[in-house]
Design a protein around this ligand. Structure first.
Ligand SMILES: [Ca+2]
Length: 230
């Protein structure tokens, strides 16, 4: 039991220390800790947190595994022969699609209706992501001169209806960037693609030679990459 007399004896000094602790120091400590925590969350945690929330993409496939070109059998409708032949120019065959080189491209004989067939030689893979590099981004003028794929029809043996996937023409400063293609994800052994529609190439002034460089009537597709779940 506390007597009034004792309270009064320790009174004013004790009360002012408690008051300072309660009303000044504690709020100050809480504020400082709160500010540092807020800064930590903003600077350190937020990018990782948002990255964790996003699903795998061509820019960041996360833990998905790329299918090695050696584990992929590719068949294509007829392709064009480059001017001067493959001795002079880069190969335009189906092999250019999976050589991991964005400066080489598949150039089919026909634009609309050309087909590609991919078979996974190791058996079914749990396919989760499909990325393409549209056109032939070896140099700025060549990229703009060449036709590009506007949409692909994609069918897999996984089932479901075929999907039509639109593709973009990229700005020249990001012309080698990969684009995600819509398809039915899941256990897959075979993927069939058909070019449904295409963008014509355009005439441009080649900055390297300062002359007009003319559009070609060929479409080109530089790379196709498949990613599977681990
Ligand atoms: Ca290539």
């Amino acid at each position: 039991m506390v007597h009034d007399g004792q309270e009064k004896a320790t009174g004013p000094g004790h009360t002012s220390v408690s008051w300072i602790l309660e009303h000044v120091l504690m709020p100050l400590v809480v504020t400082v800790v709160g500010v540092f925590l807020g800064l930590f969350v903003t600077i350190k945690v937020t990018p990782e947190w948002t990255s964790w929330l996003q699903s795998p993409s061509c820019a960041d496939p996360k833990d998905l595994v790329p299918v090695a070109p050696a584990d992929l059998e590719v068949a294509s409708s007829p392709t064009k022969t480059p001017p001067g032949g493959t001795e002079v120019n880069t190969d335009w065959s189906k092999d250019s699609l999976t050589d991991r080189n964005t400066a080489t491209a598949w150039v089919p004989e026909q634009n609309e209706g050309s087909t590609l067939d991919f078979t996974f030689t190791e058996g079914s893979v749990d396919l989760a992501l499909l990325c393409v590099v549209n056109g032939k981004p070896s140099d700025e003028a060549g990229y703009q001169n060449a036709g590009k794929v506007r949409s692909l029809r994609i069918e897999t043996d996984h089932g479901g209806r075929a999907r039509i996937s639109p593709l973009r023409i990229q700005a020249v400063d990001v012309m080698q960037q990969r684009q995600e293609v819509n398809f039915n994800e899941g256990m897959t052994t075979h993927v069939h693609m058909e070019v449904v529609d295409w963008y014509p190439g355009i005439d441009v002034v080649d900055p390297e030679i300062q002359r007009w460089s003319e559009a070609t009537d060929n479409i080109a597709l530089a790379e196709i990459e498949f990613y599977r779940k681990p």
